[in-house]
Ligand binder design. Structure first.
Ligand SMILES: Cc1cc2nc3c(=O)[nH]c(=O)nc-3n(C[C@H](O)[C@H](O)[C@H](O)COP(=O)(O)OP(=O)(O)OC[C@H]3O[C@@H](n4cnc5c(N)ncnc54)[C@H](O)[C@@H]3O)c2cc1C
Length: 385
């Protein structure tokens, strides 16, 4: 089979590689390169975990963790660092704290049900294990030891190299402009070369996995998918030692403090300590279109994060990484056949939590395209117009 895959982010890379390993030829259309800075998969870190209040996401995350480990071994690259993930459950009965507490309770049950581990740790024990963390306002800490620190840009590039080595994936540095149809079947793509000329790419099936940009390619056919682009940013900090040493990857897991709507990553030794808001803040009029935060926004985030990591009080801002969520109203992905067109598939609406699921759901998409039974049921993610 000849398959055209649009987009060389983590989903396009996984799908192309897994198709090639099944013996299929793939044209991978990506103008900028794997894990590029303008894509959702270009940052240096992403949380990988199975702890979700939704059973389907927990199952996809759990299988994802196993595949990230196996693929790291197979490709000889640390696509995921096995730091574990800690979830800080704040004391208090305000809506944010209680909402996160019940989310955690459901998440812990789901992790255990899918075969993972979630440990409950008392605040004083947490303070001993992770001395860079202020724990006096916590009710408990949940540790998911199987979760970790995903490396999205590195994973895209490592998988792209593995694809090249199969001899079956042809990377094409062009921009897909239109899906070509033959009657009610996808027949390939029309793409724009960097010199402005047009190029026709023939294929038996087309997978559009181009982040938010992919929405326009299929909405002409499928109608409005209801996916919005939400500009967002993450921040990186240099923390002076000795406090900074307690925030290093050898001392601190990836963390989520969603009662305060924050999450972040230990310093991997190259990037600095990372903090982000869980949700894009401020809406379109406060966050610049390119996602760059104002100095006041950066300082507000630091002040909030200092309550959990006092070492940040002396930190110096290193910079931000701007990217965007391709967000659905319910944060449920849209993955599957495009209704009305045979051989056309869409992968999008990742809503800020797609990276961890790219192995399990990407493999499932490859299976669907070639007529195998998908490892995961994709029905909950069908396209919704
Ligand atoms: C700030 C932020 C934090 C996040 N945190 C997490 C997290 O902690 N854990 C987690 O699991 N997920 C997280 N996510 C989500 C995750 O990063 C994304 O879901 C995932 O990286 C999306 O991958 P993708 O392949 O769908 O899209 P992308 O990585 O955006 O790739 C799309 C690719 O398509 C290419 N393209 C665009 N238009 C065209 C065209 N017309 N023709 C050809 N190619 C085209 C682009 O160049 C790009 O390379 C976060 C996202 C953001 C923005």
């Amino acid at each position: 089979m000849n398959v055209a895959v649009v987009g060389g982010g983590i989903f396009g890379q996984v799908i192309a590689w897994r198709l090639a390993l099944r013996g299929h030829r793939v044209a991978l259309i990506e103008p900028t390169g794997p894990g590029n800075a303008g894509s959702g998969s270009g940052d240096r870190s992403r949380i990988v975990r199975a702890l979700y209040d939704d059973r389907g996401f927990a199952a996809a995350g759990h299988l994802g963790l196993a595949l990230w480990r196996a693929w790291s071994e197979a490709l000889g690259a640390r696509l995921v660092e096995p730091t574990g993930v800690v979830y800080f459950d704040r004391r208090g009965d305000d809506a944010a704290a209680t909402g996160f507490r019940s989310w955690l309770d459901r998440g812990v049950a789901n992790v255990r049900e899918v075969g993972g581990v979630a440990e409950e740790i008392a605040p004083d024990e947490a303070a001993r294990r992770w001395p860079g963390v202020a724990t006096s306002d916590l009710a408990r800490v949940i540790l998911e030891p199987g979760g970790g620190f995903g490396r999205p840009a590195l994973a895209c590039k490592a998988i792209a190299r593995a694809s090249l080595a199969t001899g079956l994936v042809e990377p094409i540095a062009a921009t897909a402009e239109r899906v070509a149809l033959r009657g009610a079947r996808a027949a390939g793509l029309l793409a724009r070369n960097p010199d402005g000329s047009l190029r026709a790419i023939e294929a038996d099936a087309v997978v559009v996995a181009a982040g938010f940009a992919g929405v326009a390619l299929v909405s002409e056919i499928a109608g409005d998918l209801g996916i919005r682009r939400l500009p967002h940013w993450t921040s990186y900090w240099d923390v002076p030692y000795p406090e900074g040493a307690m925030l290093g990857i050898d001392r601190l897991p990836v963390w989520a403090d969603l009662g305060a709507a924050m999450y972040g990553f230990p310093d991997d030794g190259e990037s600095g300590f990372k903090v982000a808001w869980h949700e894009p803040r401020g809406g379109g009029d406060e966050v610049a279109a390119d996602g760059a935060p104002s100095p006041a926004q950066v300082e507000a985030l630091r002040r909030a994060a200092m309550t959990r990591f006092p070492g940040l009080g002396a930190a110096t801002y290193r910079g931000h990484y701007a990217c965007a969520y391709d967000a659905t109203p319910d944060e449920v992905f849209q993955i599957g056949p495009v209704p009305g067109v045979e051989g056309l598939y869409f992968v999008g609406g990742m809503s800020g939590h797609g990276f961890k699921h790219a192995p399990s759901l990407g493999e499932s998409v490859a299976q669907l395209v070639v007529g195998e039974a998908p490892a995961l049921d994709l029905a909950p993610y069908r396209l919704r117009t």
